[in-house]
Design a protein around this ligand. Structure first.
Ligand SMILES: Nc1ncnc2c1ncn2[C@@H]1O[C@H](COP(=O)(O)OP(=O)(O)OP(=O)(O)O)[C@@H](O)[C@H]1O
Length: 464
């Protein structure tokens, strides 16, 4: 079928609109007949996307990083902005009367790592009265409204819902027509209505499915699982290897789940963290690598890690600061796992008259809310009170963490790292999971594993 006929007859798009947007038929090298969607900036075409008619294959101009499709509509106009996941949906929305419609240049994925375009356009998006997210009716699309609302924190962000059986804006246009599509956009509901809202079950909002991050290694996955939107607590006596173990696990999770990790490691020199990640990646310490190997490794690690550096102002590293760091890591840099190590290094400032226990209850509850709101997991490493040693030091659990039982009550997952030895004096590491909030979802109960610490690589292997 002729490409333009396909767009008008099968996709229901108006020929005059297509002409105005410069959409045209084009022979695509080696792919046959297709359509070209020009990407314009200040009226000039600077890139293009091409789609074949027969087999739905997309190609794009090489070597140009594209902003939103139709980004010029963000300038100098009024009215709500609609964000879609594709050019054809964007054109459908324009046809339904919402002229300020844009499309993400490369769609959206569940991993949510294509947020740069949103971040770059933040100011222009905020200049609108409200933003409507008109994504796809699938698992990936379900996470887009939350991401947009987070990037535009405090702004009115709404989510369009499609009628039963329709998968995206163009589907609504084709099956039900412009008026129904316009109604869906007009009926879009606010993602974060002030104060909250009530639903029953059948009108539950479409949300991203609950995601649990795992290491991909059976032994660790039998006691560890990091739920996005939740908080975990790790503890252990001083020097037991809490930081070493959490960094090792964060590295595994990052690889297995293809997610980025944010580290607020206050007691660990960033070079030590880099050296540890080097050992885990290459088997060699950072200083053992040649300069070109170091550069290549750094590029690989950039994809998977962010490190927070504290500056030296007094009184600045309190809970409000932690929130801004969690926000930046999660929303700007897309970190799905954030490790705060250790809790005690933050500046904890209870209100006058507030006990430390009450303050910690409040603080942990806040961290849980941020994890949910910013769509990430926060792992808090906390020191226990001084442990009694009856012979060998006992492994602390949640209730042994200083100052509050909230460390035991509030996390979705609670673990202890403990150095122990066998009866004949051989050292091993015991990892004890003392809190599992959702045994069905995580797939295990409270329990423990025994590990061998491999000093050269700073890694761990299972022991029987
Ligand atoms: N199981 C182990 N056996 C021997 N050495 C270990 C083990 N685990 C970690 N180490 C080493 O012990 C040192 C302290 O480890 P790490 O900083 O991870 O402990 P920590 O519990 O986080 O310490 P702190 O309580 O001071 O925060 C590091 O040099 C690390 O390489």
């Amino acid at each position: 079928m002729d490409a333009m006929t396909w767009l008008t007859a099968e996709r229901g798009l108006d020929a005059a609109l297509l002409a105005e947007m410069g959409v045209r038929a084009q022979e695509i090298d080696g792919y046959g007949q297709g359509v070209a969607f020009p990407y314009r900036r200040d009226g000039e075409t600077y890139a293009g996307k091409f789609r074949t008619v027969s087999d739905k294959r997309w190609r794009s101009t090489n070597g140009v990083s594209r902003g939103f499709y139709n980004e010029d509509c963000l300038e100098g106009a009024e009215g709500p902005i609609v964000i879609t996941e594709g050019e054809i949906d964007c054109l459908s929305v324009i046809q339904a009367g919402y002229e300020r419609a844009v499309s993400l240049p490369d769609g959206w994925t569940e991993a949510g790592n294509k947020r740069d375009v949103l971040v770059n356009a933040e100011e222009r998006l905020r200049a609108s009265p409200y933003v409507i997210v008109a994504g796809d009716n699938d698992a990936a699309g379900a996470s887009l409204p939350r991401t947009v609302a987070n990037v535009l924190l405090g702004h009115d962000v709404r989510r369009a819902e499609w009628p039963e059986g329709c998968k995206d804006a163009n589907d609504v246009l084709v099956r039900l027509g412009e008026r129904v599509l316009a109604r869906c956009l007009a009926d879009a509901k606010r993602v974060d209505p002030p104060g909250g809202f009530v639903t029953a079950i059948s009108d539950l909002r479409c949300m991203a499915p609950r995601r649990v991050l795992r290491t991909g290694k059976r032994v660790f996955d039998s006691v560890l699982a990091f739920e996005v939107g939740a908080m975990s607590v790790a503890t252990g006596v001083p020097g037991c290897g809490k930081s070493t173990f959490t960094t090792f696990i964060a590295d595994l999770v990052s690889r297995h789940e293809d997610v980025r990790v944010g580290l607020l490691s206050f007691e660990t020199h960033p070079y030590r963290t880099r050296d540890h990640l080097s050992r885990l990646d290459t088997g060699w310490g950072w200083d053992d690598l040649a300069a070109d190997e170091q550069r290549a490794l750094a590029v690989r690690l950039d994809d998977r890690f962010r490190i927070v550096h504290r500056t030296y102002e007094e009184g600045a590293h309190n809970l409000g600061w932690l929130k801004s760091m969690v926000y930046t890591l999660a929303v700007r840099d897309g970190c799905k796992l954030i490790v705060v190590d250790p809790w005690n290094e933050l500046e904890h400032l209870p209100e006058p008259g507030e006990s430390m226990t009450a303050y910690i209850n409040f603080a942990l509850q806040q961290i849980r809310v941020w994890a949910e709101q910013f769509d990430t997991h926060v792992c808090v490493v906390a020191h226990p009170r001084k442990m009694p040693t009856d012979g060998r030091p006992r492994a602390p659990v949640g209730y042994d963490i200083s100052d509050s039982a909230a460390f035991a009550n509030k996390p979705a997952l609670g673990v202890t790292v403990h150095q122990d030895e066998t009866d004949d004096g051989r050292p091993f590491v015991r990892v004890i999971t003392w809190k599992v909030r959702d045994t069905q979802l995580y797939g295990f109960e409270k329990g423990q594993i025994k590990l061998e610490f491999r000093r050269d690589q700073m890694s761990y292997a299972a022991l029987p």
